[in-house]
Design a protein around this ligand. Structure first.
Ligand code: PLP
Length: 361
């Protein structure tokens, strides 16, 4: 059997221990004589899985009791519409910070449902930084304020949150959820597609303050209504059962093998530092993000020469460092080093980059 070092931005690497356990339990989940893929979502066995998944997530993220956890489908992209349909209901207005492609899509979708204001953008420099925010420019009567916490494509991350006062802060945390502790109480709503840092694709997690779950806009589909899922404990219809189970295994790994999110953060900082320290002294490779806004999860870099970039990507692939090509809008390379990327993966990648630099002077 061969395992590569997978630097994919998503779907991405999963902990090997989780995959092994899933393999062990594939044919007979805990004496049920069935795979989790085959069992009824109304069964006692699955009920224990979804409840345990929620309990683990609440424990790890220290989610306050006045927040609901919803297990949905449709990806983070569906939340770009679901958030305005459910939250843009008082004044029909929301503020957005444009820090990349996902933030842009969230804004564009919300603009179909109400007034979507752009308060700041970093588009002028290919989203290589997080813009300074001036609270006096925020809409006082906005129904919410939206940010993309970690910008997967461009490799930037907020180091301080916008001061939105009474306006609920909504964040897309698809590519940084579970990478470090965050103070959930500072947000009205958080959402994430699972396939970056919590499991396989198919599951979308929403963490929403209870008082924000009201009546949605008229004609909002039942399935796009938070209330539907909140009132039915995410079992209104068939949830993505197997993805939820895999997420549970990842959460158990985080709790028992890693030791929680503070520990995970330490490991992630250690991994990211190895790569950024190398980039900062390299004569060939350069990081594309201003140092103060660098992501712990997604590290884009370039040589400044398209041919050399292509050569590097090709040779990296031959050495089992896969999915390291940058997003087409940035070019170059991007190493996504999510929770499940082992430290050896980053050390070996840096060793390979050093060798490549030597050979291509
Ligand atoms: C991947 C990603 C998305 C899109 O997620 P889907 O689940 O594919 O819809 C949205 N936002 C961020 C920050 C992402 O990283």
């Amino acid at each position: 059997m061969k395992r590569v070092y997978n630097f994919s931005a998503g779907p991405s690497v999963l902990p090997e221990a989780v995959l092994r356990r899933a393999a062990d339990e594939m044919l007979d989940y805990q004496g049920s004589g069935q795979s989790v893929m085959e069992m009824s979502h109304r069964s006692k066995t699955f009920d224990a899985i979804i409840k345990n998944t929620e309990a683990l997530l609440r424990e790890l993220m220290e989610i306050p009791d006045n927040y609901k956890v919803l297990f949905l489908q449709g990806g983070a992209s569906s939340q770009f519409a679901m958030v305005p349909m459910n939250l843009m209901t008082k004044n029909g207005k929301a503020d957005f910070v444009i820090t990349g492609q996902w933030a842009t899509k969230a804004h564009k979708e919300a603009a179909r449902y109400g007034e979507a204001n752009i308060v700041a953008s970093s588009k002028d420099k290919t989203f290589s930084y997080i813009p300074e925010l001036d609270p006096s420019t925020f809409s006082k009567d906005a129904d919410y304020f939206h940010i993309c916490y970690n910008n997967t494509i461009y490799g930037t991350k907020y180091t301080k949150l916008p001061e939105t006062g009474n306006v609920p802060l909504v964040a897309d945390i698809s590519s940084c959820i579970l990478s470090e502790p965050i103070d959930v109480s500072k947000f009205g709503l958080l959402y994430a597609g699972a396939q970056k840092n919590m499991g396989p694709a198919g599951l979308t997690v929403v963490i929403v303050r209870e008082d924000l779950i009201g009546e949605p806009m008229e004609k909002t589909p039942t399935m796009f209504t938070y209330k539907t899922h909140a009132e039915n404990d995410s079992l209104y219809n068939t949830p993505p059962c197997y993805s939820i189970y895999m997420c549970m295994l990842v959460l158990e790994w985080l709790k028992h093998d890693i030791g929680g999110l503070a520990k995970m953060k330490e490991l992630n900082e250690k991994k990211a530092k190895i790569l950024y320290d190398f980039l900062d002294q390299s004569q060939l490779f350069k990081g594309t993000v201003v140092p103060k806004d660098r992501s712990l999860m997604n590290v884009p870099f370039v040589t400044g020469n398209d041919e050399l970039d292509a050569k590097f990507i090709k040779e990296a692939g031959e050495h089992d460092f896969v999915n390291i090509k940058g997003h087409r809008s940035v070019g170059g390379m991007r190493a996504s080093i999510y929770n499940a990327m082992p430290i050896e993966g980053v050390e070996k990648l840096v060793a390979f980059m050093k060798e490549f630099e030597q050979n291509n002077k």
